[in-house]
Write a protein that binds this ligand. Structure first.
Ligand SMILES: [Mg+2]
Length: 351
């Protein structure tokens, strides 16, 4: 394999409309702003990535655009896309607080390196394409009737795992409406920090009645004691998302939850995600690989790690009405890595 130096870098801010509206306990989005990154080598091959910043973590398209020039300078200085380790170390030094921007660059570097090697990225990690779990499809907060309708549509489209957002009131009514509409679906619930530990423990009684697989982030991010209480006293397994941002957060939640949610946009790249996944699994925890509202340009990067984890919630691009990249196919929610020819599999739409 010939190594070809990176010749140029660019980024572009793109506003992508959400299919319908996307409401969680913290607010509603009708569109999402992502920033795509493209790295072009001297042979004209292009590696792509994207940032899907989250205001919850203090990031935005503005902060990503401000962070990217120094990050892309690092990439241009190193030049060789196969030197991911020194690149990611320098990215972390250059923009410690801008995980989404770092993730965009990390994905693009690995995508380009894999394209130069003419191999799919998951294969360069030595992963089994058939081991990727199926992704859940998110039913965001809406009226119980609308949530039921969305669940019915998702099941009709072939999805068999639903993630139901709760946490603004009428929670039980909403969840029961979804269950009635999707009697055979596997259902997970995400309260996005909205409940107290006491409410959460009580709510697990009806979550268990509905057959919920696990409850994601019932309490505030810094309430690890609350998580532990729900884990010990509640009737369904508990997952930490906002409470577990990077690998370094795993030990503190290890005896407080059953599952950890890993997202490239939280931890800042492919290797930080691998580190968090393996740290969680070393502590006896299962892992959900999750996402923000994101373009396929970044979701495809996450898909390359999907064979490592027990659960996937990689529907960020499925929830959009438009995207600028195609990514890894997900027929019936199955993350189909077998069709990825090289890199992450992300391809600009129209090419
Ligand atoms: Mg979550």
């Amino acid at each position: 394999m010939a190594v070809t130096q990176i010749a140029s870098t660019e980024f572009e801010r793109v506003t992508l409309p959400v299919d319908g509206e996307f409401t969680i306990s913290r607010g509603t989005a009708a569109e999402t702003e992502v920033v795509t990154v493209e790295l072009t080598d001297e042979a004209g091959r292009v590696g792509v990535g994207a940032a899907g910043p989250s205001s919850y973590y203090g990031e935005s398209a503005d902060s990503v655009e401000a962070a990217l020039p120094p990050l892309l300078s690092v990439v241009e200085e190193v030049g060789n896309p196969h030197r991911q380790q020194p690149i990611e170390r320098r990215l972390a030094d250059a923009a410690a607080e801008e995980a989404a921007a770092r993730a965009a660059v990390s994905i693009a570097v690995d995508d380009l390196a894999a394209r130069q090697a003419d191999e799919p990225l998951f294969q360069r990690f030595g992963l089994d394409p058939d081991a990727a779990p199926e992704t859940s499809y998110t039913v965001a907060i809406d009226s119980p009737e609308s949530m039921a309708e969305r669940a019915r549509e998702a099941v009709a489209e072939g999805y068999s795992v639903l993630k139901v957002k709760l946490g603004t009131g009428r929670d039980r009514e909403r969840l029961e409406a979804v269950r009635e509409a999707a009697p055979d679906a596997r259902i997970r619930v995400d309260a996005n920090c909205d409940w107290t530990a006491e409410q959460a423990v009580a709510n697990t009684a009806w979550l268990a009645d509905v057959g919920v697989e696990f409850l994601e982030q019932p309490v505030l991010a810094d309430d690890i004691q609350g998580l532990r209480r729900v884990h010990v006293e509640g009737e369904v397994p508990v997952a930490a998302d906002e409470s577990c941002v990077t690998a370094g957060d795993v030990p503190a939640v290890a005896d407080a939850v059953d599952v950890v949610v890993v997202k490239l946009m939280k931890c800042g790249g492919l290797r930080p995600a691998m580190q968090q996944i393996l740290t969680a699994q070393s502590h006896g925890l299962d892992v959900i690989l999750g996402c923000m509202l994101e373009s396929n340009a970044s979701i495809a990067g996450s898909c390359a790690l999907a064979p490592l984890v027990e659960y996937a919630d990689l529907d960020g691009a499925l929830l959009l009405a438009e995207d600028v990249y195609e990514g890894v196919p997900m027929p019936d929610g199955q993350i189909d890595l077998s069709g990825v020819e090289r890199g992450t599999g992300a391809v600009p739409i129209g090419e």
